[in-house]
Design a protein. Structure first.
Length: 255
């Protein structure tokens, strides 16, 4: 994922609301969200190249999401796939803090990443840049390719959009998808400096990214209500026309 907006324990009817965009090179092969044939309790998209995923949930309610930390000056050429950090948690669903403590010991092997994991009642955050494990409190959060709540234009705009939607007693996933499909570029004076150059910073500054070879491949909405009913909806985009297909899954945690 390259943009994750989420509300945790702030809405009277939903424990957790997540709206996220996954940005990736168009040529990288990917399977859309579904329950995995080899791990039937895991619901997620799947990276065909490395076998991991960027976001998912299992039927017990364990969930995980990951974004890369953008730092081209410190890239490791033979680093392991960061997506496996997500899929391993979804398959085994260990205790979140213990899992993050294990990751912390080996995090130096990976290129920069942020990972959000746990369940709708117990949510945790870790980055191998800051190397601290955080148990999150209630709030509205945003995460892109910096650290959690770094004040990037897309993060600040997205949190405001999510806040407006959360004012409604019932949340329609289509409103979240509409909020995510915002391809307006930020002004140059608002751009972070992540070492990619001004032209790429501009291209990467929008919530929804469009470019000839790289951009937003899918948008995902995950909502869990107070009775542990889960809505998981993924909109995948044709990267030429940006027409979309939507897949929606409904289930109750623990069943």
């Amino acid at each position: 994922m390259c943009l994750i907006l989420f509300s945790y324990k702030t809405h009277p009817n939903y424990k957790l609301v997540i709206a996220a965009n996954r940005d990736e090179f168009y040529e990288r092969p990917t399977n859309p969200a579904d329950f995995w044939k080899d791990h039937k309790n895991v619901l997620a998209g799947r990276d065909q190249e490395a076998g991991g995923t960027w976001m998912g949930i299992n039927k017990n309610g364990s969930l995980a999401l990951l974004t890369n930390y953008r730092d081209l000056s410190n890239l490791k050429k033979n680093a392991p796939s960061r997506g496996k950090l997500v899929s391993d948690f979804l398959v085994a669903y260990p205790h979140p803090k213990e899992y993050l403590e294990t990751i912390d010991l080996i995090s130096y092997r990976y290129n920069g990443f942020n990972i959000l994991l746990g369940n709708p009642d117990d949510l945790w955050y870790y980055s191998n840049i800051r190397k601290r494990i955080y148990m999150l409190g209630s709030g509205i959060y945003g995460l892109s390719n910096g650290l959690l709540d770094s004040p990037w234009p897309k993060v600040e705009k997205g949190k405001k959009k999510l806040g407006v939607i959360l004012n409604k007693p019932s949340i329609d996933p289509s409103d979240l998808f509409t909020a995510l499909y915002d391809d307006k570029l930020a002004s140059d004076d608002q751009l972070p400096d992540t070492g990619v150059g001004l032209e790429k910073e501009r291209m990467l500054s929008s919530m929804f990214i469009k470019s000839p070879v790289y951009g937003t491949r899918c948008s995902t909405v995950l909502m869990v209500d107070q009775d542990n009913n889960v809505i998981y909806s993924e909109k995948t985009y044709n990267t030429s026309t940006f027409e979309s297909d939507t897949r929606t899954f409904n289930f109750k945690m623990g069943q």
